[in-house]
Design a protein around this ligand. Structure first.
Ligand code: GTP
Ligand code: MG
Length: 194
């Protein structure tokens, strides 16, 4: 695991000029709105409400750079797939994501968060393929495992792996922000990329 002593929200960025320029490795989150990206960060760093969460979708609107132990960044990003956004907002989201993911040298790993209970959505598949297009190593986290009975977890994981058609080298791990299950395994996987 990883002992997190220090966390700081360095910037909430809406454009490239605002990204940090200290060249530390970055790990960016992605996933549909309300899937649990911000909750994932909070659990990984053991802070209750460092990354703002909400039961309503669309909470995170900017690229939020969280500096961990002055060593790496978690980058929280706005979710996709929320029906109640205008075309204009959707375009702005696309532009912001494209700008960050297509050019960022410091980006070492994308973490795609999906819901262990459900089949990946069409948007999840697009997001994964987008990462593969830019050759970004991807760790897929199936979160909310606390909501799936233990005996059913393996078949749900298998289904997700098949649907996404995971490339060799990309890992899928179950996780729960509620209970903390999977946290050590996820830190173990992250370590290999930083
Ligand atoms: P946006 O910022 O809107 O894109 O959402 P997000 O992906 O950051 O989701 P967020 O972390 O805000 O969580 C959404 C809701 O899911 C909250 O009500 C969380 O409490 C709940 N949640 C997140 N992770 C888990 C989990 O592992 N288990 C359970 N039971 N609930 C979870
Ligand atoms: Mg969020």
């Amino acid at each position: 695991t990883m002992k997190v002593n220090q966390v700081e929200l360095v910037i909430s960025a809406v454009k490239q000029e605002q990204y940090p320029n200290d060249m530390l490795p970055e790990i960016a989150l992605a996933g549909r709105s309300n899937v649990g990206k911000s909750s994932f960060i909070n659990r990984m760093i053991q802070r209750k409400n460092m990354a703002r969460t909400s039961s309503k979708p669309g909470k995170t609107q900017t690229l939020n750079f969280y500096l961990i132990n002055e060593m790496l960044y978690f980058v929280d990003v706005p979710g996709y797939g929320y029906a109640k956004v205008s075309n204009k907002e959707r375009q702005a989201w696309g532009k912001m994501m494209e700008q960050y993911f297509s050019t960022r040298k410091q980006l070492k790993l994308a973490i795609l968060i999906v819901d262990l209970r459900h089949k990946p959505t069409e948007d999840d598949l697009l997001m994964y393929d987008f990462f593969k297009h830019y050759e970004i190593p991807t760790l897929v986290i199936a979160t909310k495992m606390d909501k799936v009975p233990k005996t059913k977890r393996p078949s749900h994981l298998k289904k997700i792996k098949e649907e996404l058609d995971l490339e060799a080298g990309d890992i899928l791990l179950p996780f729960s922000s509620e209970t903390g299950e999977g946290k050590n395994e996820v830190w173990g996987a992250i370590r290999k990329f930083i």
